[in-house]
Ligand binder design. Sequence first.
Ligand SMILES: Cc1cc2nc3c(=O)[nH]c(=O)nc-3n(C[C@H](O)[C@H](O)[C@H](O)COP(=O)(O)OP(=O)(O)OC[C@H]3O[C@@H](n4cnc5c(N)ncnc54)[C@H](O)[C@@H]3O)c2cc1C
Length: 441
Amino acid sequence: MAEVTVAPKLPAMHVLVLGAGVVGVTTAFVLAESGACVTVIDRRPGPGLETSFANGGHLSASEVRSWASPMVPGYLAKWIGRADAPFRMPLLRWDPMLWRWGLRYLANCTPARYRANNEALLRLAHYSRAAMQEIVAASGVAFDHRPAGLLAVCRTAESLRQAVDESDSLARADLVHDQVVSAAECVRIEPALADSRGRGQIAGGLFSRDGGTGNAAAFTTGLAAACVAGGVTFRYDTTIQAIEHSDGRVTGVQTSVGRIAGDAIVLALANESRAIAAPLGLALPLYPVKGYSITVPMSESESRLPHIGILDEDRKIVLARFGSAVRVAGTAEFAGFDQRLDLRRVRPILDAARDLFPGPLDGIRPEHANPWTGLRPMTPDGPPIVGPDPRAPKGLFFNTGHGSLGWTLAAATARMTADYIGGRAPAVDSTPYSLARFRAQ
Ligand SMILES: Cc1cc2nc3c(=O)[nH]c(=O)nc-3n(C[C@H](O)[C@H](O)[C@H](O)COP(=O)(O)OP(=O)(O)OC[C@H]3O[C@@H](n4cnc5c(N)ncnc54)[C@H](O)[C@@H]3O)c2cc1C
């Protein structure tokens, strides 16, 4: 596992971080710690108001997986056309971007590619856990952190067998450290599962002590405040229109409020990174995969809802508890940049959560559960895009495409970005995260 080292001191330079989501803000914090002069630019009036706002809250460890898996054809056959499906793919929609992305995605669904992509993600997640601890210690940020582990619950013997087989092969490479647990042990770890077990809903699970949960929006807001205290400038309500460059080097950005000069630029605009990189001749294979979450207020003493992070392997939802609320997230909808909230898509998430944790969620209607949608910036293979590119102007660094794992991976990719800008080799082998990898796929 890669060790986290003290942040290198950067030469005096002005770095523009484009995007104030969890990825951009974490990068700004690490850069400022390294001595850079940092300006963060975002179109919104504050930090963390887009995809980082109400995500599932899981800081995953052993559960990290690419969505491009050999199981995809089976999922498609089982779920396509069903109203309660964990994904929705409008096949008749004219969406060349989806088709191009989809072909690359399917090419990554072979056993060999799945394994390689999982290894790349797991290495980054391990590194991120250590980097996150340092960032939390240095900033003192509070975010309802519960580092008590994550439990992946399997509802059927078949899904348990699949999960265990996969985990065993990754454990042999020392990449996952989870524990196979029986249905009874699931209840010992999370007593709120007792009712479900009694109804025969649980076949067993995988417990990872290294995982945890936390509120990504609270983290992003708190870390942005720590950034300001550390001298970082935030320019909100400012839309980035283009990256400027001259003689092969970046010089700044054009924005809705004029030009902002900089010596280095970090592109952390999630899905919008694609449009901003395109005029530079750089094709970022990102697709916005819509997800939903609900956040249900509850009493802090409510014992029928989980205390640790739960992943439902069969219904593809995650649950996390933040103080006096429970968050449930899931669904993958391939609808381009359409961020409309369809309450019919919220119901399967609520139903799946009720099924595991009956009682407190009964009678709650989707519209009263603080429904939210966000667009995951997904690469077709899974790992994000981090670092410079030989075809990009010098001084441009990508930190984007974190898909369903941006909260988990933000600390790692922030460190890698600071290493690149400081001219140091990142602590993890950077090849699987380069933009160039897509030229070979
Ligand atoms: C339903 C759901 C559940 C999820 N659950 C988890 C989870 O449990 N664990 C996990 O690790 N991850 C999870 N994720 C993924 C995670 O939320 C994302 O990967 C992460 O938030 C991406 O962060 P970001 O900073 O790249 O993007 P964002 O938070 O979207 O930030 C990008 C920023 O760029 C700004 N921007 C964009 N274009 C422009 C422009 N032209 N000019 C100026 N500003 C611009 C936006 O305003 C925004 O603030 C989930 C995602 C969803 C949707």
